[in-house]
Write a protein of this length. Structure first.
Ligand code: ACO
Length: 324
């Protein structure tokens, strides 16, 4: 007997050129490098240039992921972009990316699950691939979050940045007992929490884009428990324990949340990939950005067992276990 599994073929990422350090942030709002580093672990963030859109960030990350996979856009038949900051209200940023890649075949759509977007998008691609709806997918997390920040609100503007990460996955027929590719995922949403982290504008409410509002302490309070919940679910589904993990690649929102989840689950710091210091919280882009860094520097290798997770607005939260 055989089964179809979703295998990772390549990673790519892109951060806009413009870097804003905590020191520069302190010239805009009443904050300090010391406060930001101590509470979040963030040292700098990247900001998209005027006229540089989410689809432009997607394109650069996607070209790098395709190159790493040894493929071209012609090989792809599904594009999913996870973003909270699309170029336009419609069409989907994935459709704009598709044409920027020179493709007109296959299908392309966006997923909106805020910071959990990449995990939701990858799980969706995995389902399409395993059911035969597509053969090779480009899954992208990309944000121009700087465009929805209130740059006078120090409680939010210091936390976020812009960027993109992309992954190429392929459906492969394997033996029934083979353990490779995406092994299991767990996704959750509880909309009762939406007012704890939201944007105060939208197409059908205000007709404006709006700005990010967050009850930081409330988000913090829920984050570690929710992250642990989906990770434990994935481990149970696969019969694994945290000791089996080679790498833990969490959503890069806040070093204290990452440390808290690691402690609760018993995952040592040496196995945890942390890049939040370099790009702040890039929402849907954060997990593929961190994965790209760890693949490029040789930490994540073929055969490694990798746990990814994210939690964000909605609330949404999710995890996937991948045999690389
Ligand atoms: N610089 C300096 N002081 C600040 C800043 C700032 N940027 N922001 C807030 N403060 C002040 C507050 O005004 C407050 O002052 P006061 O005591 O005089 O009233 C003091 O610092 C403490 O404020 P708190 O909000 O209690 O600070 P806290 O220790 O909770 O840290 C933080 C705030 C970092 C936002 C924290 O709550 C947190 O990490 N929450 C999780 C939020 C998060 O990561 N969200 C990302 C999106 S969701 C996700 O991706 C999971």
């Amino acid at each position: 007997m055989t089964k179809i599994t979703t295998q990772v073929r390549g990673m790519g990422s892109y951060l806009p050129e413009r870097v804003m350090t905590n020191e520069e942030m302190a010239t805009i709002v009443d904050t300090s490098d010391e406060w930001i580093v101590q509470r979040t672990g963030i040292r700098e963030r990247h900001l998209a240039a005027d006229g540089e859109m989410t689809s432009d960030l997607c394109l650069k990350a996607s070209e790098r992921a395709l190159e790493a996979a040894g493929m071209t856009a012609a090989d792809i038949d599904l594009i999913i972009v996870a973003t909270t900051t699309p170029d336009q209200t419609f069409p989907a940023t994935a459709a704009i990316l598709q044409t920027k890649l020179g493709m007109s075949h296959g299908m392309a759509f966006d997923i909106q699950a805020v910071c959990s977007g990449f995990v939701f998008a990858l799980t969706t691609a995995d389902t399409y691939l395993r059911t035969g709806l597509a053969k090779r997918a480009l899954v992208v997390g990309a944000e121009t979050f700087s465009r929805i920040l209130d740059w006078t609100d120090r409680t939010t503007c210091v936390l976020f940045g812009d960027g993109a990460g992309a992954m190429v996955v392929e459906a492969v027929e394997t033996g029934d007992d083979a353990e490779s590719g995406i092994l299991a995922s767990s996704l959750r949403t509880d909309g009762a929490h939406w007012k704890k982290l939201y944007v105060d504008g939208g197409v059908s409410s205000t007709g404006t884009v709006g700005h990010v509002h967050m009850e930081g302490r409330e988000v913090f309070k829920h984050a570690v428990g929710m992250i642990s919940d989906v990770i434990e679910d994935v481990l149970e589904k696969t019969g694994k324990t945290t000791e089996d993990l080679d790498w833990f690649v969490p959503h890069q929102a806040n070093k204290r949340i990452i440390d808290g989840a690691g402690r609760k689950l018993g995952i040592p710091e040496e196995k945890t990939i942390v890049t939040v210091d370099r790009h702040a919280n890039t929402s849907a882009a954060s997990v593929p950005l961190a994965l790209s860094v760890a693949v490029a520097d040789g930490r994540i290798k073929k055969g490694d067992l990798v746990m990814i997770e994210a939690m964000g607005g909605g609330f949404t939260w999710g995890a996937s276990l991948i045999r690389w």
